[in-house]
Design a binder for this molecule. Structure first.
Ligand SMILES: *Cc1c(COP(=O)(O)O)cnc(C)c1O
Length: 248
């Protein structure tokens, strides 16, 4: 077991170095400061132990996309880190919920998430705010998910409807409006999509100057996202390897 853990750790060290280098190179190409881009490790389908290992490597922003898996993993990771399985690391993790969120799961997510990237309708705003109050937490960061392909089935609100939803978020004392999030359309040039997202972000900032964050870019397209101002890249497979289950 110890040997296997060591192998997995070495694998994660290697992939993390490669992803950090890609981010650094994309920032140089875009004339941006790499410290302005937060790497979120999307650990869905991967075990709690990987999260604990990443934490010892300085990756403290963790992304998940299903409440059932995430809530169990949050507890498991806390236990692993408390009992010092592996190296100790005191720094607090920040959990980012990045997947499509059902309204009935919103209250659960509000008990452990530090940020929700997939807010795309008023009902979720209400449920998340209520969940923060009920859990007696300080607040929750919110990204408005923007649909870049006009297909609501994949989640997200159309660009024209972003402002109204942002106003609803900003009106809630429990929620902090951070910015926009998007997933690039499947069969299109991600650069055009991320350019559109930058435009939506600029319009949002005109009304809400603090909402500067752009959550965009995954394993396949993080360079294109950084070229268009992404502040939060959500990277799964390039860091952790292939997933055995498929998620939307
Ligand atoms: C799974 C997922 C990611 C990570 O995808 P990779 O292609 O594995 O990097 C990013 N964002 C969301 C919303 C996801 O569901």
């Amino acid at each position: 077991m110890a040997l296997l853990d060591g192998e997995r750790r070495a694998e994660l060290v290697g992939s993390l170095g490669a992803v950090r280098a890609r981010i650094a190179n994309a920032c140089i190409a875009a004339g941006r400061d790499a410290r302005a881009v937060t790497l979120i490790a999307v650990t869905k389908t991967h075990p709690a132990r990987d999260v604990a290992t990443l934490a010892t490597l300085g990756v403290l922003d963790i992304g998940e996309s299903r409440d059932q898996e995430a809530s169990a993993k949050v507890a498991e990771v806390a236990e692993l880190r408390r009992t010092g399985a592996g190296e100790r690391s005191e720094a607090e993790l920040r959990w980012h919920f990045v997947g499509q969120l059902q309204s009935r799961k919103a209250r659960s997510v509000a008990t452990y998430a530090h940020a929700v990237h997939s807010v795309d309708r008023p009902e979720l705003v209400e449920q998340l705010a209520a969940g923060v109050t009920r859990a007696e937490r300080e607040g929750l960061d919110v990204f408005i998910q923007v649909s870049l392909d006009g297909d609501p089935a994949r989640g997200g609100v159309l660009g024209d409807d972003v402002l109204a939803l942002a106003d609803a978020v900003a009106a809630r004392s429990q929620l902090r409006l951070r910015g926009v999030m998007a997933v690039a359309p499947m069969d299109a040039d991600p650069r055009a999509a991320f350019a559109d997202l930058a435009g939506v972000s600029a319009r949002l900032r005109a009304a809400h100057p603090q909402a500067v964050a752009i959550s965009a870019g995954m394993s396949a397209d993080l360079e294109a996202a950084i070229a268009h101002g992404s502040t939060h890249v959500r990277v799964g497979s390039a860091l952790l390897g292939r997933r055995t289950q498929v998620f939307g």
